[in-house]
Design a protein around this ligand. Structure first.
Ligand SMILES: [Zn+2]
Length: 104
């Protein structure tokens, strides 16, 4: 299996893009900090603010299910996939090329 350049992937596909792909709609926004229903455990209330994400740092945290991480880890958690598969799946979903690590 070829390697994936995860840091390149995270630089190319930012948190905001992942959130919009997940149809996340923020309930509140203070600067870079958004709060809203959690796409990981699937908040039943659309006004829930258990999910907190900073679009500048690209980190998220859910106060309810305790899921946290960067945008790729968010995608992996929602899709219930290991990171490697999630990276490929995310690129395909957004229509980007997977940043494979090419050996010289
Ligand atoms: Zn959650």
């Amino acid at each position: 299996m070829p390697g994936i350049d995860f840091s390149k992937l995270r630089a190319e596909i930012v948190m905001e893009e992942v959130l919009s792909r997940l149809n996340f709609e923020a309930v509140t926004q203070h600067g870079d900090q958004l709060r809203g229903p959690c796409p990981v455990h699937g908040s039943s209330n659309p006004q829930s603010r258990s999910f907190s994400v900073n679009i500048r740092s690209g980190r998220y945290f859910c106060h309810k299910c305790k899921s946290q991480g960067n945008q790729l880890e968010l995608w992996a958690a929602v899709r219930k996939m290991p990171i490697y598969e999630a990276a490929v799946d995310l690129c395909q979903s957004i229509g980007r090329e997977v940043p494979w690590i090419t050996r010289w």
